[in-house]
Design a protein around this ligand. Structure first.
Ligand SMILES: Nc1ncnc2c1ncn2[C@@H]1O[C@H](COP(=O)(O)OP(=O)(O)OP(=O)(O)O)[C@@H](O)[C@H]1O
Ligand SMILES: [Mg+2]
Length: 448
């Protein structure tokens, strides 16, 4: 059962539609014009509003605008005479779900109303679920009391309520995604979705249709219209992770979204308004990418509205005990902390893999200790990492490929298998590492 409002200045049409929809079990209200409709929609009672476009003095566009403003959860379907299709397209761009041209048959109307009502119900359910999950998890938390962490938390709280684009910078494993989730949770969009896309993990053409959606027939395999993540994240936040890896076509489209808040699905001339807060993250300096021509400078400045730097773990070593306790608790360990005897070693370690490295260390200790007590011997640092800054000795084996293979294997091991982190250690992009691995005949796994 859906709650439907029918708005038309032809009373006969209202009566007919009312009875057709009531017959299907819907709760239907009629309004004789735009003004009456506007007075009825303010409280968000309706699931679907079905409105004529041309009415005097308040028209369908005004009804649509009122609904969008007061109850964005309500779907609007436009009824219009054939010659006014252009008006209907305008209405779609302003957030109407669908339009029907007169004359129409009742089956068509019933179908449109029920489809729209189902979408509305799904969106509400989704939002409620998001809220529940956020509460259950206690919300994403930036753990740590070190001054650098406190400063990060302070900046984050400051920028969260604004709808500004935020560029999150930091080394691999520092918690950029954690920061992005915390930002979303502290924003007015917390009830909406949070979606993260890794621009490095997806080939460019796929990334484009993933982000922006596509129209049926836009390319082989596009068998039906599909919305992209910019639309799926409506009312919420979209994190563009590893933004520096996005290709030129995607960069051009991103610039347009940030400037005009508009997108086109691939192969679709219809412009769509997007209602998304954009966050971007990067673990390599974009300035270098601008210099080598792989990143647009204008996009960079759009993203730089508010930079947020997540400090490396070595600049907030006071956080180590608390973070470790957090990870121990997540593993269900009875020990509330790592052994005090391990602390000096942990504090002296350079942590090239940052918080992720610490999490891996805690997991390793958990496995090594098994059901016994967790002791200092189980806390195994990756000591090889310390020698990294020393000048490399000339290896005995001078075979380049073999050395490259060994380097990549070692980086992957230190990064706990994360290709992104391993590539960062080697100072190359994830994609470059992937193709290098393939060239060297290593098992690179799927590129995704
Ligand atoms: N302050 C923190 N509190 C709790 N957990 C954290 C914190 N920072 C990082 N983590 C944990 O460390 C791991 C790495 O964090 P995250 O994925 O956010 O890093 P990242 O900076 O996005 O890394 P990458 O550059 O590789 O994408 C995750 O398991 C995350 O849960
Ligand atoms: Mg990340």
């Amino acid at each position: 059962m859906a709650r439907v409002l029918i708005v038309d200045d032809e009373p006969k049409l209202v009566t007919l539609l009312k009875s057709a929809l009531a017959h299907r079990g819907h709760e239907v209200t009629g309004a004789a014009g735009g003004a009456e409709a506007l007075s009825l929609v303010t409280d968000g009672h309706f699931d679907v509003v079905l409105t004529d476009l041309r009415m005097e003095p308040v028209d369908g566009m005004a009804v649509l605008a009122g609904v969008r403003e007061h109850c964005p959860d309500t779907a609007v379907i436009i009824l219009t005479a054939y010659p006014e299709v252009k008006g209907a397209v305008d209405a779609l761009q302003r957030g109407a779900q669908h339009y029907l041209t007169k004359p129409f048959n009742f089956q068509e109307v019933v179908h449109a109303v029920e489809t729209a009502a189902a979408t509305v119900a799904l969106a509400r359910e989704n939002r409620a679920l998001h809220r529940t999950v956020a509460q259950l998890g206690g919300g994403p938390e930036i753990i740590g009391t070190a001054p650098a962490t406190a400063e990060l938390r302070r900046l984050l709280a400051q920028v969260a309520p604004a709808d500004a684009t935020v560029l999150i910078r930091g080394e691999s494993g520092t918690g950029k995604e954690v920061a992005a989730r915390a930002l979303h949770a502290a924003s007015a969009r917390a009830g909406g979705p949070f979606i993260a896309v890794n621009c490095a993990a997806i080939a460019e053409s796929l990334l484009e249709s993933e982000l922006f959606g596509y129209r049926k027939g836009a390319f082989t395999g596009a068998e039906a219209d599909r919305e992209g993540l910019f639309e799926a994240a409506r009312g919420g936040t979209l994190l563009l992770d590893e933004i520096g890896e996005a290709g030129p076509a995607v960069q051009a489209k991103l610039l347009r979204v940030l400037e005009e808040r508009k997108i086109n699905r691939v192969g679709d001339p219809l412009e769509r308004q997007v209602d998304v807060r954009v966050l971007a993250a990067t673990n390599r300096p974009l300035e270098a990418a601008i210099r080598d021509g792989s990143f647009r400078e204008d996009l960079y400045y759009r993203l730089l509205v508010f930079p947020l730097d997540v400090p490396p773990l070595r600049e907030r070593i006071d956080d180590i005990p608390l973070l470790a306790s957090h990870f121990l608790a997540r593993l269900g360990r009875r020990e509330a902390a790592l052994p005090a005897a391990s602390l000096p070693r942990l504090r002296a370690h350079p942590w090239p893999g940052n918080v992720r490295e610490l999490r891996n260390l805690v997991e390793r200790a958990h496995i090594l200790a098994g059901s016994g007590a967790l002791g200092d011997a189980h806390v195994m640092l990756d000591v090889g990492a310390r020698a990294r800054s020393a000048a490399p000795a000339m290896p005995e084996d001078l075979d380049l490929d073999r050395n490259a293979r060994a380097l990549i294997t070692e980086a992957l091991r230190r990064a706990g298998g994360s290709k992104t982190a391993a590539a960062a250690m080697l100072g190359i992009t994830r994609r470059a590492m992937y193709s290098r691995m393939k060239m060297l005949g290593m098992d690179a796994g799927p590129e995704l």
